[in-house]
Design a binder for this molecule. Structure first.
Ligand code: NAP
Ligand code: MG
Length: 404
């Protein structure tokens, strides 16, 4: 059989530990036999980040801007323990943080649903995609402890030196705390466009929520920017696609999410997204079944798994022990990137391959062949736990049959 050809390369960002091992196997076993893979390769493994003084991370983000689609392996974000382990000269920043800052993107996380692994919320039969605004609010705050007898004010000095003041609190009776937050109209607008574009991509409704009744200027600004952009730029396309943009209060949204069947994108302010993404991913059953894509406002896509490098399994692997690490989210990072490349390049063969690889992966698990993490939670009656590599070979058997 002739291999599927690619017109434009993908940006490939390799990573660390167990996911780096899975990365090579996925390519060898599941992709190379069918696709004449063209990638521009960047090694974001910690050793190479150290060797290049992290330049490789910046270069990989620039390449992503150039080609429009990237696929990334999980990478170590160094902490104190990693300094001696990898002989680091600096505690290099999180590559995801660096890439996100360069692409100015929004992260969308979507669970992969399989029969047998049931969400804790039984009505969630379709995935809920969470989009988290990745700028500002409490993550870029200024805060102080305040002594009794002090008065705290909000002061803004305009470009001509005029001051506007508002009392925050007069701490006459006791000590206390204060916090200053900000956000930017441009960042909120970029977030709104990324979410509304992704809704069109997936043909799914977009929900957004804040607390505008209490926060009449701050949260209200988010609500207004979303509403303006929707009305002016998206309304017609949403109506044509038969999908909707829906705004409600955050507490009402939480109640509706629990009662829903899923199948929409939930756009969250920074803190809401931080908290809700952990709740939603846990409720769907497994972090190893969560995909993640960074989408920039100008339509650049970087696909990855939501989990980390699975360090504990890697140490077992290094000792020659058997591992049973779930590669599903990493496989779906590859299929997401290949499908998007296929869409952008008008290469339907690539999209078709991505669909089949996803189907073969899900069929493998639904036929009872799975890694240890799913084996523990799957409700299937006949199930077998397999090691990391056997799982990929089992997918390959099913994929082969589909590709005939
Ligand atoms: P982790 O790699 O996500 O793993 C945490 C635990 O979750 C594992 O020990 C394992 O549990 C389970 N798990 C996660 N993914 C799994 C999979 N694919 N298959 C089976 N089990 C899985 O998080 P971490 O241990 O906190 O972080 C390890 C490294 O990853 C850190 O250096 C961190 O900086 C990095 N990290 C990178 C990214 C990224 O690149 N996007 C994201 C998060 C963390 P058991 O051990 O109980 O089997
Ligand atoms: Mg969190």
């Amino acid at each position: 059989m002739a291999k599927i050809q690619m017109k434009t390369p993908l940006v490939e960002m390799d990573g660390d530990e167990m996911t780096r091992i899975l990365w090579a196997w996925i390519k060898d076993i599941l992709i190379d036999p069918y696709v004449d893979l063209k990638t521009e390769y960047y090694d974001l493994g910690l050793e190479n980040r150290e060797k290049t003084k992290d330049q490789v991370t910046f270069d990989s983000a620039e390449a992503t801007k150039k080609y429009g689609v990237a696929v990334k392996c999980a990478t170590i974000t160094p902490n104190a323990a990693r300094m001696p382990e990898y002989n680091l000269t600096q505690m290099w920043k999180s590559p995801n943080g660096t890439i996100r800052a360069i692409l100015d993107g929004t992260v969308f996380r979507t669970p992969i649903i399989v029969k047998g692994v049931e969400p804790y919320i039984p009505t969630w039969t379709k995935p809920i995609t969470i989009a988290r605004h990745a700028y500002g609010d409490v993550y870029k705050n200024t805060e102080m402890r305040v002594e009794q007898g002090s008065k705290a004010e909000l002061v803004v000095t305009d470009k001509d030196g005029n001051e506007t003041r508002e009392l925050i609190h007069d701490f006459a009776k006791c000590d206390g705390i204060i916090q200053g937050l900000h956000n930017l109209d441009d960042s909120i607008a970029g977030f709104a466009r990324a979410c509304l574009n992704y809704g069109l991509d997936l043909k799914q409704d977009v929900w957004f929520a804040s607390k505008d009744t209490i926060s009449k200027k701050y949260d209200h600004r988010f609500k207004d920017i979303f509403a303006e952009i929707y009305e002016n730029e998206y309304k017609e396309r949403y109506e044509a696609a038969g999908i909707e943009y829906f705004y409600t209060l955050i507490d009402d949204a939480v109640a509706r999410v629990i009662r829903s069947n899923g199948g929409y994108i939930w756009a969250c302010k920074n803190y809401d997204g931080d908290v809700m993404s952990d709740m939603v991913s846990t409720a769907y059953g497994s972090l190893a079944m969560m995909t993640s894509v960074l989408v920039s406002p100008d339509g650049i896509y970087e696909y990855e798994a939501a989990h980390g490098t699975v360090q504990r399994h890697y140490y077992k692997y290094l000792k020659g022990e058997e591992t049973s690490t779930n590669s599903v989210a990493t496989i779906f990072a590859w299929t997401g990137a290949l499908r998007k490349r296929g869409e952008l390049d008008a290469s339907p063969g690539l999209c078709d391959f991505a669909d089949k690889l996803e189907k073969a992966t899900i069929a493998t698990i639904e036929e009872g062949v799975m890694t240890g993490d799913l084996y523990l939670i799957s409700k299937l009656e006949n199930k077998t736990k397999v090691d990391s590599k056997t799982f990929l070979e089992e997918i390959r058997n099913r994929l082969d049959a589909m590709m005939q």
